[in-house]
Design a protein around this ligand. Structure first.
Ligand code: GLN
Length: 489
C-alpha cells in the first residue's frame, strides 16, 4: 500500500511561529519530552515519524499514515504547550491497529470486505488519547479481522519483523508491534483476543499489555470475539505503557461491558515482596525452546533470591484452553461478522443477482481464507445439532478455567510464565492452521479468564531474536502488575 505523501504545507501553516524545525526521533515519551524541553516541537517530531514510516515502508507495518491529521493535532498540541495547557500525553506519537475506528479516517481490519470504508465516529480510546494530546500517526496492518498469530493473514500483505526481516512479527497486531520495534512511534494500540498483543510483543522485543476485560472500552473496535477482545498498548517502557493505559482506561457508557470500578492510579511504586506462582508446564512442556525454559528458570531463581515467594502451579486444563478458545472465539466471530454481507456493511459483489447471491458472492470475494475457515467453524459449533456438544460445553470449560485462575490469585499476587514457546518463526514456516493456533497456548488463559497480562522483552536467544516472559495478575490489579514489571524485572 502506498503511503500518502508528506504534506509540508500543513505543518508550516499550522505550527506556532516559535516552533523550530529540528527533526529528532525519540523512542519513548520521556525522551520525547527531553527533546521538547530542548526547544523541539511536536510538529517536527511528527514530521520525523512520518519520514521514518516512509523509510521503513518495506516492513509493511502501516496501511496508511495520517499525515494531515497527525500534523494538525501536533500543531494544536504545540500551541497548547506554549500556553502551558498540554495534556499528559503531549509529545507521544502512536499508531492504531486497523480495527480501531477514527472518525473520518479509513479503517478496514486488513480485510478486502471493508476496502474503502471510512469511520463515521471515533473509538472511545481514540477520543481519550487525542484528548490527552497524543498524536495518532496512522493505522497499522494486522491479520484480517485480528485472526492469526503471524500477520500473514492480512489482505494487504505480510508484515516484517524489524529485528530480523525474514521473521514474522507475530500477530494479529503485527503492524502495531513492528511500528514500535522499528522506532517509528513511541507506542501502538493493538487488540488482544487470545494473545494478539502479547505474542507480537514477545516476537519483536517490545512490551505488550492486555488490561482486564472491561477495563478499556471496546466502543469503536471492530469486533472479533466480543467476550474476549481487549484493546491495549505496545511500548518500549513500562512508563509509556502506564501512560497510555491510564489515558484510555475506565468506564464508558457506550460499552456496557466496561466496569464501573474506579481506575486505580498507576504510581509504579515498589510493590514489596510478592507471592508469585509460575507455570510448571512452562518449564516442562514438550515443544518449549530450551533457551526460553532456561531464561524463565533464571527469573524464578532470581526472584526467589530477591525474597519473593515463588512456587510452581499447574495451568488449569492447559490442553483444553486452546480448543475452548477456538470454539468460543469462532462462534462469536461467526455472529459478529454476519453484518458484512454486502448489504448492511462491506464489499458488494458486482457479479451478484438477487439477495442470496449478493450475500454469497460478496462474502466469498470479501473474506480471506482464515476468516472463512473461522466463520464455518463458528457456524458449525453454534448449529442446532451441535450447540450443546461444542459451544455449551466450551462455555462450561471456560467457566472452570476462569474459576481456577481466580483461585490461583487467592494464593498468589501474580502468575509468571513464558509468553510463547519459541522465538519468532520465519515467514511461511507454519502452514497448518492448527499448528498456528497452538501459538496461543500460554496467552489464551488471560482472555478466557478476563485477567490482565503483560509480555516483557527480557530475553535474547542465541539465534539473535528477542522473546518475552508473561506476567498475569488478578482482574483490575493493573497498577500493581505494572509496578511489579518496573521493579522486579
Ligand atoms: N492468535 C489468536 C487467534 O488467531 C489470537 C488473535 C487475537 O488475539 N486477536 O485467534
Amino acid at each position: 500500500m502506498a503511503l500518502p505523501r508528506r504534506r509540508k504545507k500543513a505543518s508550516s501553516a499550522l505550527a506556532p511561529p516559535s516552533a523550530p524545525s529540528i527533526v529528532t526521533t525519540s523512542k519513548t515519551l520521556s525522551e520525547a519530552r527531553d527533546v521538547l524541553a530542548r526547544n523541539g516541537s511536536i510538529v517536527s517530531s511528527t514530521e520525523a515519524a512520518i519520514a521514518s514510516a516512509e523509510a521503513n515502508k518495506d516492513l509493511n507495518a502501516f496501511l496508511e499514515v495520517f499525515s494531515t491529521s497527525a500534523l494538525e493535532q501536533a500543531a494544536r498540541v504545540d500551541a497548547k504547550r506554549a500556553t502551558g495547557d498540554a495534556g499528559p500525553l503531549a509529545g507521544l506519537i502512536l499508531s492504531i491497529k486497523d480495527n480501531i475506528c477514527y472518525k473520518d479516517h479509513k479503517v478496514g481490519a486488513s480485510s478486502r470486505i471493508l476496502e474503502g470504508f471510512t469511520s463515521l465516529y471515533s473509538a472511545t480510546v481514540v477520543e481519550r488519547l487525542l484528548a490527552a494530546d497524543a498524536v495518532i500517526l496512522g493505522r497499522t496492518n494486522c491479520d484480517e479481522f485480528a485472526m492469526g498469530s503471524s500477520n500473514e493473514n492480512s489482505a494487504y500483505g505480510k508484515v516484517l519483523n524489524p529485528v530480523d526481516k525474514r521473521m514474522v512479527p507475530g500477530g494479529s497486531s503485527g503492524g502495531a508491534a513492528s511500528s514500535v520495534a522499528a522506532g517509528i512511534v513511541h507506542a501502538a494500540l493493538g487488540s488482544d483476543t487470545g494473545g494478539s498483543i502479547r505474542q507480537p510483543a514477545s516476537f519483536t522485543g517490545t512490551i505488550g499489555f492486555k488490561p482486564t476485560y472491561g477495563r478499556v472500552s471496546r466502543y469503536g473496535l471492530i469486533a472479533f470475539a466480543s467476550s474476549f477482545d481487549q484493546i491495549g498498548p505496545f511500548a518500549h517502557t513500562v512508563e509509556d505503557i502506564a501512560a497510555v493505559y491510564e489515558a484510555m482506561a475506565g468506564n464508558d457508557p457506550r460499552d456496557s461491558t466496561t466496569s464501573r470500578k474506579p481506575v486505580e492510579r498507576v504510581t509504579l511504586a515498589h510493590p514489596g515482596k510478592l507471592r508469585i506462582g509460575y507455570f510448571r508446564e512452562g518449564l516442562e512442556r514438550a515443544g518449549m525452546d530450551p533457551e526460553v525454559v532456561a531464561h524463565l528458570q533464571a527469573h524464578i531463581d532470581r526472584l526467589k533470591a530477591d525474597g519473593h515467594v515463588v512456587e510452581p502451579i499447574d495451568v488449569p486444563l492447559l490442553d483444553h484452553q486452546v480448543p475452548t478458545y477456538y470454539i468460543l472465539a469462532t462462534a462469536e466471530a461467526s455472529s459478529n461478522l454476519a453484518r458484512f454481507d454486502g448489504i448492511h456493511f462491506g464489499h458488494r459483489s458486482k457479479a451478484a443477482n438477487g439477495v442470496e447471491e449478493t450475500y454469497r458472492l460478496s462474502r466469498s470475494e470479501g473474506f480471506g481464507p482464515e476468516v472463512k475457515r473461522r466463520i464455518l467453524l463458528g457456524t458449525f459449533v453454534l448449529s442446532a445439532g451441535y450447540y450443546d456438544a461444542y459451544y455449551g460445553q466450551a462455555q462450561r470449560v471456560r467457566r472452570i478455567i476462569r474459576n481456577k485462575t481466580l483461585e490461583a490469585f487467592e494464593k498468589y499476587d501474580m502468575v509468571l510464565g513464558p509468553t510463547c514457546p519459541t522465538t519468532a518463526f520465519a515467514h511461511g514456516a507454519i502452514t497448518d492452521p492448527v499448528a498456528m493456533y497452538l501459538q496461543d497456548i500460554f496467552t489464551v488463559q488471560a482472555n478466557l479468564a478476563g485477567t490482565p497480562a503483560i509480555s516483557l522483552p527480557t530475553g535474547i536467544h542465541t539465534n539473535g531474536l528477542p522473546f518475552g516472559v508473561q506476567l498475569m495478575a488478578k482482574p483490575f490489579d493493573e497498577a500493581r502488575l505494572l509496578a511489579a514489571v518496573k521493579h522486579l524485572f
